[in-house]
Design a binder for this molecule. Structure first.
Ligand code: GCW
Length: 716
């Protein structure tokens, strides 16, 4: 070869090699929070070279292989599986095994229940022990150990880590339809791939189970609450069984949403009246069929007499009649009913009051295995709402907080909005229902009331997209739901940092900057969409983008923004005070007094509870109109700052995720401006006031914005 050709070959090889390196450095987000990296040079935690598990079971074999592969990567060495512990071992086992009992005082195990665990480093033996009462406790302990090893290893050698979950059932709700679409899903089609089942299981379901177990999620409702009766057909139950079998070793139980009219539609009965024996018999047989296939089946989730779904009221029966009939049928199998309180009716004067009005009188009427599932706010998963007054008010009924992980009203998977702060704000809110410090977390996790079983639910944001959730940062919302369901006392900030570290990079600057972005992100969305307690200004039905002007002839008024903002020449906001709909009355004191008086009402809820004049003086001395302009502008500035911050992060993240997130920030900034302009220009037609000169002027024209028609297709 002449030297020119040699050089050419060399250049080609060099280019191939660098491309290979760069490609190797590209991440597509499919690994979720299981990024591969070596422990840093300064790592001072235990050195681990072998794994000992105390027994054989499907869950223990997962534990073993998880430890061997993860520790192999972290320590960059082969990890051996041994039968006898030695220096450098990690030993995982249930207390019933003698060798674990010898390593850890068995008394400690009484407190950790079925899912808790203890992680303890024994310096004299140089061993780490993960111990629990059950296989599942050991699995949770293993994942937690791996996470702490990667994020905070000094914790491992200082004091023993003892953990137990706050809620018994930590459940994802999939709004997945049987045709593969996902209601309010922004990350592609359903991961269940029903058409391939029962013959073929989507391998992603195993990764899904692993991800959930790693954050302690122990249940999943597979199908949409707007439930097709077909899910209960034998053909579908066979498919459900295959999914349940795959999830079981990870401690995840399967639940199903059911259509209340199933006896009529599937069973051919004349109706589905819950008090009729033949209806109950139909359910009895169906439930027996389910448990024969899936012995640990969790139970049913029911949306009844809500948004057109059938329910007991169709037959003059109550929610309690319907829920109790199903509860009785499920009881012999220890199944539960999660009955949703998301009910409202267009004829009422205020949608925010209706769930309380319907359900509060039924307190005490439900069986002990009925749990009433209540959305965090009284309307519908808005960027910000006060909490639903049902929390605390139903003293004899177990309530399940329902959070939305998918971002139906917060910019889908296009905008970065870390929901850790929303969840934290909600769970930490004091209801004052049973005196001070009766927070929603404590009201619902069994601390205050004597609930036989407790639960918390999150509407999933998961789909077939390579990165699972549509936006790389939306994975954090799945993660934070699991972490807070396990321990609502954790801080959203710490969880954000932990997630960044496990997902992206351990670089301190990166974590500092991006956790700040995450922590501010939800407030930014509130600012540029619905500040000061405004809500439901989103476009009709799709709920994306601003349409405060929206009118649809013949539409339900309570699905239209004007019902909520009530802007007029006088002012803006929904009067829910004692001079208006009096929704404030549903809260305990001192919240009632506080919410009722605009002077005492926190700014963040002001226009939720009050209709105030445009020149109303805010607590900071500004006029309401000016404050609104400031809030919308602040939201835009925040979005711009997020984008600028990300620009400086390129050196810490791989090219692919960097580029993909950059594109999302471009959309977010553009749409924050769209939101600001649409809302301010529209409200200005009523206020007839100027936008303060020091703020940026709108770049759009109202009439043009009104003509924009949102295309859902590119958002699915
Ligand atoms: O938020 C609204 C959604 C509906 C949803 C409903 C519910 C599943 O717009 O898509 O239906 O709530 O929670 O039942």
């Amino acid at each position: 070869m002449n030297s020119f050709r040699k050089r050419k070959v060399f250049i080609v090889l060099f280019l191939l090699f660098t491309n290979y390196l760069l490609a190797g450095n590209n991440e597509d987000g499919s690994k979720l929070w299981f990024a591969n990296f070596l422990l840093p040079a300064e790592y001072e935690g235990p050195q681990i070279s072998s794994v000992v598990v105390s027994e054989e079971s499907p869950t223990f074999s997962l534990i073993r292989s998880e430890l061997i592969s993860s520790l192999g990567i972290l320590f960059d060495q082969e990890i051996t599986s041994m039968t006898e512990p030695d220096a450098g071992s990690i030993c995982v086992g249930a207390i019933k095994n003698d060798f674990i009992a010898e390593l850890i005082n068995p008394e400690a195990f009484q407190e950790i229940g079925n899912e808790g665990y203890i992680i303890k480093y024994l310096p004299e033996k140089d061993m780490t022990v993960v111990a629990a009462n059950t296989d599942l406790g050991c699995l949770y302990g293993t994942y937690h150990f791996l996470s702490v090893l990667r994020t905070n290893p000094q914790e491992l050698t200082s004091t023993p880590i003892i953990e137990t979950p706050a809620y018994d059932r930590r459940i994802l709700n999939h709004w997945d339809n049987l045709d593969g679409t996902v209601e309010r899903g922004y990350a592609g089609h359903s991961i269940w791939k029903w058409d391939d089942l029962p013959e073929k299981l989507n391998p992603r379901i195993i990764e899904y189970a692993r991800a959930n177990a790693s954050v302690g999620i122990n249940g999943t409702v597979l199908n949409n609450v707007n439930a097709s009766p077909d899910i209960l057909k034998e053909e579908f139950l066979q498919k459900v069984k295959v999914v349940a079998d795959a999830l079981r070793p990870y401690g995840m139980r399967v639940y199903l949403s059911v259509n209340f009219s199933s006896p009529k539609i599937l069973g051919g009965l004349p109706d589905s009246d819950p008090l009729k024996t033949e209806v109950k018999n139909w359910w009895d047989n169906k439930v027996q069929e389910i448990y024969e296939l899936i012995p640990d089946f969790g139970g049913f989730l029911v949306k009844a007499n809500s948004e057109g779904q059938p329910g007991p009221q169709d037959y003059g029966r109550t929610h309690a009649d319907g829920a109790n009939m199903l509860a009785d049928v499920l009881k012999p199998y220890k199944g539960i009913v999660m009955w949703r309180a998301f009910v409202y009716n267009p004829s009422g004067d205020d949608r925010a009051k209706q769930a309380y009005n319907e359900f509060k009188p039924l307190d005490g009427k439900f069986r002990s295995n009925v749990l009433i599932q209540v959305k965090n706010g009284p309307v519908d998963f808005q960027p910000r709402e006060p909490f639903s007054p049902l929390f605390g008010a139903m003293e004899q009924t177990t309530l399940v907080p329902e959070l939305q992980i998918t971002k139906e009203y917060l910019g889908f998977s296009d905008h970065l909005a870390f929901l850790g702060t929303l969840f934290e704000e909600f769970l930490d809110t004091d209801t004052y229902q049973k005196g001070r410090n009766t927070t929603i977390a404590r009201i619902t996790n069994g601390d205050i009331f004597n609930d036989p079983v407790t639960a918390i639910a999150g509407v999933a944001n998961i789909g077939q997209d390579t990165n699972w959730c549509g936006h790389h940062f939306a994975q954090a919302n799945w993660y934070v739901f699991g972490r807070l369901a396990w321990d609502p006392g954790l801080s959203a900030r710490d969880i954000a940092k932990e997630w960044l570290e496990l997902t992206f990079s351990q670089n301190k600057r990166f974590i500092h900057e991006m956790s700040r972005v995450m922590m501010e992100s939800r407030e930014a969305v509130v600012n540029y969409m619905t500040p000061l307690g405004l809500h439901h200004l989103m476009g009709w039905s799709h709920h994306y983008g601003p349409e405060p002007w929206c009118e649809i002839p013949g539409a339900r008024p309570d699905w239209l923004p004007k019902y909520y903002h009530k802007a007029d020449d006088f002012g803006i906001g929904f009067n829910r005070s004692s001079t208006g709909s009096n929704a404030v009355e549903q809260y305990a004191e001192p919240l009632q007094i506080m919410f009722d008086d605009p002077q005492l009402c926190p700014d963040k809820y002001l226009l939720w509870f009050h209709h105030l004049p445009w020149d109303y003086t805010m607590s900071n001395g500004r006029e309401l109109w000016d404050e609104l302009c400031y809030k919308y502008s602040e939201g835009v500035d925040q979005a711009k700052l997020f984008k600028a911050t990300w620009k400086n992060m390129s050196k810490y993240v791989d090219q692919q995720r960097y580029d993909e997130v950059s594109k999302k920030f471009d959309i977010q900034v553009k749409e924050a401006i769209w939101w600001r302009d649409a809302c301010l220009l529209y409200f200005q037609t009523f206020s007839e006031k100027e936008i303060p000169v020091e703020l940026d002027k709108p770049v759009h024209q109202l009439e043009k914005l009104k003509q924009l028609k949102f295309d859902m297709t590119h958002h699915n």
